[in-house]
Design a protein around this ligand. Structure first.
Ligand code: AHG
Ligand code: MN
Ligand code: MN
Ligand code: MN
Length: 333
């Protein structure tokens, strides 16, 4: 039973004992993410008032134009995690390679690596539509005391120890899991405190919302085209409702609350889809499974995929179990 008015800070302390390795390091790490989220929230809220809209003038490793807020959010998370000396490495959508962190007094003694999408839904910034941050946390696999290597980041999603997102929406929320269910916290902006507002979040088993960028229809594989037609057919409880924000965090959050499926398939233009396995799909897949939902690439469980590259892309089908299973059935025909 959720305690009334429980803050995220109190929740983290209370739950520390549940962690497999309860040295307090993971708690400190989630606390640092909480702090960075508040910093980014503050920036996002100012957008339009100060000069932080528009492009930063650089292209990132993904071949995308970086927005000023992409850069600001990236810096805020990296700065916070680096200054607090609690992780040994960070990988980010906005960085070509991973960053190895060696604090002066603790020669590579930290155990965790973090992968982040600092600002998800960049294309929504200039138009005042919800954006987010996604994070994924692993224990390193190489020995403590040595610099981190790429191997520490290229772990299958099932090895994640924690993952979550921040949604900068009509209200700002931090939603995360450490493998014991999913909990959501809403920021009271007047006092800068997150409160437990959504304890034990679960996806409805079935839903009536499908979320996909249908503008790419002609480029989709036949299975996806057929599934879209199925969603639109006038049968049983269909046609379903189409909702697509263009920010994975926001689309996922809505579907988790209302029931639905999110699909970013491969296409003839993007042969592996668009979304990045390590800091978009894996953390969302971990949250989905913890919320009794499902995530696959149409054929395989996302969390089982052995990554080969930091910025690897993967087709993504995620949401209410019954809907994902149905979509998979269309893919496998
Ligand atoms: P990001 O802004 O971090 O680069 O991610 C954008 C992603 C994701 O948030 C969203 O689901 C998808 O791109 C939207 O892509 P389309 O514009 O191709 O639909
Ligand atoms: Mn981007
Ligand atoms: Mn993203
Ligand atoms: Mn991003």
């Amino acid at each position: 039973m959720a305690k009334q008015n429980q803050t995220l800070g109190e929740f983290i302390i209370e739950k520390q004992a549940e962690f497999k390795y309860s040295s307090g390091e993971l708690s400190k790490l989630i606390n640092a993410i909480r702090l960075a989220a508040k910093v980014v929230n503050h920036e996002v809220n100012k957008a339009g008032l100060v000069d932080i809209l528009g492009t930063a003038g650089e292209t990132n490793v993904q071949g995308e134009q970086q927005q000023k807020l992409d850069v600001l959010a990236n810096d805020a998370f990296i700065r916070t995690l680096t200054n607090r000396e609690i992780v040994c490495g960070i990988a980010s959508e906005e960085e070509d390679t991973f960053i190895s962190i060696n604090s002066s007094d603790k020669n590579h003694q930290n155990k965790y690596v973090v992968l982040i999408d600092p600002l998800d839904g960049s294309s929504n910034i200039d138009v005042n539509v919800s954006v987010g941050t996604i994070f994924s946390i692993y224990r390193r696999v190489t020995p403590v005391g040595t610099p981190v290597t790429e191997e520490d980041f290229l772990q299958p999603g099932k090895n994640q120890v924690a993952a979550g997102y921040v949604i900068y929406g009509t209200s700002t929320m931090l939603v995360y899991t450490t493998g014991h269910g999913v909990n959501g916290f809403t920021l009271n902006p007047a006092i800068g405190t997150f409160y437990l507002s959504h304890p034990n979040m679960t996806y409805p088993e079935n839903g009536r919302i499908y979320s996909i960028n249908e503008g790419n229809y002609v480029h989709f594989p036949q299975g996806v085209k057929d599934y879209i037609k199925y969603c639109q057919a006038e049968e049983e409880d269909r046609p379903y409702t189409s909702r697509y924000i263009g920010s994975l965090v926001s689309d996922f959050h809505r579907n988790m609350i209302k029931g639905g499926i999110f699909i970013y398939p491969k296409s003839s233009k993007a042969t592996d889809g668009k979304l990045r396995l390590l800091y978009e799909c894996n953390p969302m897949a971990f949250l989905a499974e913890q919320a009794n939902a499902k995530a696959s690439d149409g054929f395989r469980r996302i969390l089982d995929i052995e990554p080969t590259e930091l910025h690897q892309r993967v087709p993504f089908f995620c949401g209410s179990k019954r809907m994902v299973e149905k979509a998979e059935a269309f893919m496998q025909r």
